[in-house]
Design a protein around this ligand. Structure first.
Ligand SMILES: [Zn+2]
Length: 440
């Protein structure tokens, strides 16, 4: 009799109280503790799908980004109608949930009021924070999560914001300085400021062991100095000390705890190679970014009910299109593989070569025969760009601009709260949607 009474009571509770019902059946929406926000700078939908098509054509692995179950489309506009966003306003809208003017970092459009980033909100809730990028740590996208400056070019001041943030883990391709006269010694001063403010510098593989006992960490391959304060282009032979995925794995190992964490990771050179209209370099950067996505997905598999992964872009770069008038209905992405150096590395190599040497070099590294009228200009940057442009056209790929575009970008998500992102959203929605997904 008591058994029947118990069953009746439970059944009544299920019928009367819907919350009891969802708890009883375990269908209460899961809440996130571990949040990964991965931003492919300039990574429009075409950048993702073209990289995937290339992989298919050469018999490579399909991209993991396309395995995420939730997909949305995000607008990237600035506060000013008609103005296509830069990474300052784009990063700020994503990080802080408010639109601002192009070039502004973490401030409102009047440049008088500091905005609060999702990383800062989560830091107040005692989540440790990690900020990772393949370009300079004080570049616009990462800076949008810790910086508050009227202009993205205030690099030295953004280092002050970085150290003042107190975020536990930073990893980047370099530190950018405003000192153009003596950048090498100015960078040393900036690094020293970061170290004296309490960060342990990890500059190479041998120093990885320092991470374990460090209070706060700055992973930065100091050997990339004198280049562009960024990791080298993935497709080029020069390799930095750490890859983007290694920097994420090291960060996870450092920040992991039972209460959660937040990571923002940027693939910054997807944008740079798209600015150069260099499809082969761009595809290598997307694949490298996808390798970092795999690291986050491996973590998700261990903690599926407590992890949220969101992958998006701040804007599209280059106006990349599938299709070129001469290749009509065909795409031959596999032909890009004949390009063995990025356009940046080609330019670097051609600097010291005369016309005849350039002709041989370009033929060897791109398969393209430079015509006499190109060689006779004596312009090595033009020669390199000509060869890369020719390969892109052969592959059936078109670019409309060397700047950013206003095309909406994809949002790819998995985990606790991921379904919120699977619709038409705006860049200002990312911050509130993450906060609504949190366990605390
Ligand atoms: Zn850009």
């Amino acid at each position: 009799m008591r058994k029947i009474l118990m069953i009746t009571l439970v059944l009544m509770a299920i019928l009367v109280f819907p919350s009891f019902q969802s708890k009883f059946h375990g269908t209460q929406p899961a809440k996130a503790k571990y949040v990964f926000l991965l931003i492919g700078d300039g990574m429009g939908i075409n950048q993702v799908y073209l990289a995937n098509e290339y992989q298919k054509q050469i018999g490579g692995q399909e991209l993991s980004i396309l395995s995420l179950p939730h997909f949305g489309l995000m607008t990237t506009s600035t506060v000013d109608p008609g103005v296509i966003t830069d990474s300052g306003a784009g990063g700020t809208a994503i990080a802080c949930g408010e639109k601002t003017k192009s070039g502004v970092i973490g401030m409102d459009s009047s440049k008088t009021r500091n905005l609060v980033s999702v990383a800062e909100v989560m830091q107040n809730k005692k989540y440790p924070i990690g900020i990772i990028t393949s370009v300079g740590i004080n570049h616009a996208t990462p800076a949008s999560f810790f910086g508050h400056r009227a202009h993205r070019g205030m690099y030295d001041d953004l280092v002050k914001d970085m150290t003042a943030s107190g975020f536990e883990y930073f990893a980047g391709g370099g530190v950018i300085t405003n000192n153009k006269l003596n950048p090498d010694s100015a960078r040393k001063v900036l690094i020293n400021d970061i170290v004296t403010s309490g960060y342990t510098l990890v500059a190479n593989q041998n120093q990885k062991a320092l991470i374990k006992n460090a209070a706060k960490v700055f992973v930065c391959d100091t050997s990339v100095y004198g280049t562009s304060d960024a990791l080298y282009n993935v497709m080029d032979p020069k390799k930095a000390q750490f890859t983007l995925s290694e920097m994420l794995q090291m960060g996870i190992d450092k920040l992991f705890n039972k209460n959660g964490f937040f990571f923002m990771l940027e693939g910054g050179k997807i944008d740079w190679s798209s600015h150069s209209n260099d499809a082969m370099a761009m595809i290598h950067e997307v694949i490298d970014f996808d390798n970092a996505i795999k690291v986050a997905l491996d973590f998700y598999k261990k903690y599926p009910n407590e992890t949220l992964i969101i992958i998006t872009a701040d804007h599209e770069t280059g106006g990349l299109g599938w299709g070129y008038r001469e290749t009509k209905y065909y795409n031959y992405s596999y032909k890009l593989a004949q390009q063995k150096l990025s356009v940046d590395a080609l330019i670097d190599s051609l600097k010291t070569k005369d016309a005849q040497e350039s002709k041989v070099f370009v033929k060897n590294y791109t398969g393209i025969e430079l015509p006499e009228e190109v060689l006779s200009k004596g312009d090595y940057a033009y020669s390199a760009a000509f060869a890369v442009d020719a390969i892109n056209k052969m592959a059936g790929i078109g670019w409309t601009t060397g700047s950013h575009t206003g095309t909406p970008v994809g949002v790819y998500a998995i985990g606790a709260g991921a379904e919120k992102f699977a619709k038409r959203i705006d860049n200002t929605d990312i911050k509130p949607f993450i906060l609504q997904s949190l366990a605390k």
